[in-house]
Design a protein around this ligand. Structure first.
Ligand SMILES: [Zn+2]
Ligand SMILES: [Zn+2]
Length: 168
């Protein structure tokens, strides 16, 4: 069992940021510099209606920061999708190529919960599992009649009133 599994469930922004691969910081910095060059040396230079130079610098800086953040997010989605057991290669490509950051929005809506570990045998289990696939440990007690998740020790199912003897 590693630290990722121990801390699952709690959202810690520092832990999330630590997921971003170091190489993506280099890519983000290059993207920032590239944006400066693109705007200041190419786009504005050949535009007769270009805004005054300080405004050019402001626009180039903001676009550079935006692109840099998007690059860091690509790295984050890549690692985050991997730890969630999702198709991380597909998601990395999707967030990169779907325009206007729509890929990120879709990702954060549909992403799977972080995988946990079975308390009994340590096998990797999805949060939706009711039983551990390796050792049949009851991960989430469920009503035998309506199969909804119930609290440990409940006597009656709060959803369908089935009697729950010997469940908790
Ligand atoms: Zn198990
Ligand atoms: Zn029930």
């Amino acid at each position: 069992m590693n630290m990722n599994q121990l801390s699952e469930g709690k959202f810690d922004i520092r832990e999330e940021i630590r997921l971003i691969p170091k190489v993506m910081y280099v890519v983000a910095a290059l993207a920032f510099v590239g944006m400066q060059a693109l705007f200041l040396l190419v786009a504005f230079r050949h535009d007769p209606h270009a805004p005054p130079f300080p405004v050019q610098v402001l626009i180039a800086t903001l676009m550079g920061i935006l692109l840099g953040i998007l690059m860091l997010l690509v790295g984050y989605v890549n690692r985050d999708a991997k730890r969630r057991g999702m198709n991380y290669k597909l998601w990395t490509v999707l967030v990169l190529f779907i325009p206007n950051a729509i890929g990120y929005i879709i990702y954060f809506v549909v992403r799977q919960p972080i995988r946990g570990a079975c308390p009994q045998c340590g096998a990797t289990v999805n949060p939706g599992f009711n039983f551990c696939p390796k050792c049949k440990f009851l991960l989430h007690p469920a009503c035998p009649q309506c199969h909804r998740a119930i609290e440990v020790g409940a006597v009656f199912c709060p959803y369908c009133s089935a009697e729950l003897k010997g469940q908790g």
